[in-house]
Design a protein around this ligand. Sequence first.
Ligand SMILES: Cc1cc2nc3c(=O)[nH]c(=O)nc-3n(C[C@H](O)[C@H](O)[C@H](O)COP(=O)(O)OP(=O)(O)OC[C@H]3O[C@@H](n4cnc5c(N)ncnc54)[C@H](O)[C@@H]3O)c2cc1C
Length: 437
Amino acid sequence: MRYVIVGFGVAGIAAIEAIRSVDKENEIVLVGDDPNGFYSRPGLAYFLTGELHDKALYPRTANDFKRLRFNTIRGRVTRIVREKQELEIEGKPPLMYDRLLLAVGAQAMPLEVPGANLDGVLKLDHLEDAKKILKYARRGKTAVVVGGGITALELVEGFVARGVKVHYLLRGDRYWSNVLDEQESRIVEHRLEEEDVALHYHAEVTEVIGRNGRVHGIRLLDGKVLKCDLVAYAIGIRARTELAKQSGLAIDRGILVNEYLQTNDPIIFAAGDVAQAYDPLTKRSILDSLWGPARQQGYTAGLNMAGKKTAYIKSAPFNVTRLAGLTTTIIGTVGRGKDDDLVGIARGDSETWRHLPEAIVAQTGFEVNRLRLLVGEKKLLGAIVMGDQKLSFPLEKIVSGNVDISPIREKLLAPNARVGDIVADFWSNYQTTAVKK
Ligand SMILES: Cc1cc2nc3c(=O)[nH]c(=O)nc-3n(C[C@H](O)[C@H](O)[C@H](O)COP(=O)(O)OP(=O)(O)OC[C@H]3O[C@@H](n4cnc5c(N)ncnc54)[C@H](O)[C@@H]3O)c2cc1C
């Protein structure tokens, strides 16, 4: 019996941990094409700003891996031959599998304009990309950043930290409008302006202009030209579904899996950014690009591969991130609820956030500390906490635990309600009652 895991990311590693917790004997082979192995991708943002050294990006030691007893093949899987239960790997002999996990993640959507292949056009998928960005980011240079989500902002912040002048292009009239509300977008934009970032609204690149093979500027949809040395883009990601598609597995925006993370071939599983898993909250199969769910999916897939039948119960997506230096926690469903927003998910993002639930908004705070709650009939369906993070832990528990908030619903929705204080009191009482029970 041989388990084969494709993908050296958090989903792949979690699957190995789960398999070993059940099956101490059988062979596990991990195939991965990233020369840097397993590291924290969310940590790349802090590597760019200089807050983290690359050595701090590795969550596991060589000893941790040794204990898990698996073999590693460095290489790229190019084909799955399902009839033979075999993988084709570039430059390597074929590899037979009894159980297969596809944990191949997602990749940046390409910038499809003339000049996009010029030297100085950058993206942020891997550690190698981050190292390349640092090589190019020198004081006195000018960069144009394109894209609306978390990663685009991480690129902006990385450049600012390295003394690069930044032009930040937004396609619409505000930052990340399908997840943040107007006030939240403006808080972020204001902070960027304070960092001397030039914001351009309704701005779309139509061409990267080159000189001697290097970036020299960009042309915008309105014909305007901006001179720059670098162009960095984060315009969304795409699940790496090619292997699954080629071998006839069911795919949609990602590889479709059932609650056991199983594809339509019962011996092939998928987990992490590449998997489109069922979300009971929105009753849809959705994509996440979040470390926590990727880990949870990988672990659950591993248990199922080793014969311990376990359903994947998706919890409310949760991310603590930094938007223009402001710690921000996003929980559950918080978006505008337009279905067309589902086109293109970004890094550190969840499709769940885009759905607007049947809910009323309660909010408080105007400047740095802001709190927005999506209040349903009896439950809180989502929350955004910006700045002061005192309430992010209780809110995560309240949203993901489907806690009945009927006793405070009216109070939360009253005009000028002190939403933060109401939640804090409720949580403190809730905990006391829970302990007594
Ligand atoms: C810049 C950045 C910022 C992020 N910010 C956040 C954040 O704030 N919060 C958060 O929760 N998440 C964040 N994420 C997302 C999070 O890192 C991912 O959700 C998570 O890493 C997904 O894990 P995975 O194992 O599914 O895929 P990945 O980590 O992408 O791993 C997939 C692996 O498969 C390998 N692979 C692909 N194809 C093949 C092939 N054919 N053959 C062999 N190997 C292959 C890849 O090289 C890679 O090593 C961020 C990601 C990035 C890049």
